[in-house]
Design a binder for this molecule. Sequence first.
Ligand code: BDR
Ligand code: CA
Length: 314
Amino acid sequence: MEKRPFLIDCDTGTDDAIAIMAALYSPQIDIQAITSVNGNVAEVYTSRNNLDLMEYLGKDIPVARGAVRALQGGGINAEGGAECHGEKGLGTIQLPTAQRAFDPRVADQVIYDTAVKCKGELELLVIGPMTNIAIALCNHLDLAGLIKRIWFMGGAALGGNVLPTAEFNIWADALAAHIVTQSGIPMTMVGLDVTLKAVMTEEDIALLRQAGTKAANLTADLLDFMVVRRDEGGEDLVMHDALALAAALCPECLVCKDCFIDVEFSHPYTMGYTFVDQGGRTGKAPNAAVALDIDVPMFRRWLVEAISRSALEK
Ligand code: BDR
Ligand code: CA
């Protein structure tokens, strides 16, 4: 089986880490590189988390540092995710500090080089603010034509989790999200409409503990952190980012509709609003498949199985 080449751009983050682990052990795809962006916590932590995670799991995948602030958006430098993801992004978990080095290139260069290398086959899993992708598109005119598809967690057809009208990843760099959504790259938007329903349970944690591998135990530890967070009144065990990967690898989990989408980036009250033209009222051609419904049990099963596949590694 020819593996689909993927690059993951992320602001790791508890749920980002789980999405990355699901990707690592999914046999249909080959992770070419991981690029880090400011978001849930400062980039200095998100990049460190990515590097530490790769070394901890024995994965020799290039990890690059990326944008440390937004082009234009909400308080990306406010490190507002600490409440949700812990001070450094991985809850209360401290991975051993990796000895290996970062890829010397900056994220947008890695994105471009990888796209060129993959000759039009590269797919991007974008699960943080879109700053790196927007910079890469601004620096390389031919990049849009080299990316097969973007699967992104962000936005909402209805509502928000930072502002009444904005989801965090999009709000955190609304201009970048505007640039990316208008790039012409085929894309699937997995927003709060579905991700807020993608909630894991204690039953899933038990299954992961049974699998007992490093990746499965780390996922269970991250979920345990979320259990405490939930019980203290915070966010539930919501798998925002892994659901964007599921859109790519287990599309049966989601019902999507082709729509025209854009992102508002100029007004403080609506900064990061994802305009989703479900009714086709603008007359503009759809530029994204937008996930609108989810089969939650199927998603949970898929995620536990994906990570448990780490047991097949020698
Ligand atoms: C998004 O923001 C972060 O908290 C999560 O990692 C996810 O990417 C949800 O709004
Ligand atoms: Ca994220």
